[in-house]
Ligand binder design. Sequence first.
Ligand code: SF4
Length: 60
Amino acid sequence: MSKPKVNEDICIGCGTCESLCPKVFKLEDGKSHVVTDECGDCDCQEVIGSCPVNAISMEE
Ligand code: SF4
């Protein structure tokens, strides 16, 4: 199962990922954190494409 990953050095804390996938991404201290191992019912590929600074990638 692939798992999304946030590069916290790049993340600007805009909140887009959390609003699209609230079960997967949580904003804390101005950065997004991945809080689950699976995307579940949301479209993580869409979130990856929606991040304005391309801070999200998918790990195999
Ligand atoms: S969409 Fe990208 S920049 Fe915005 S909070 Fe999520 S990881 Fe950070």
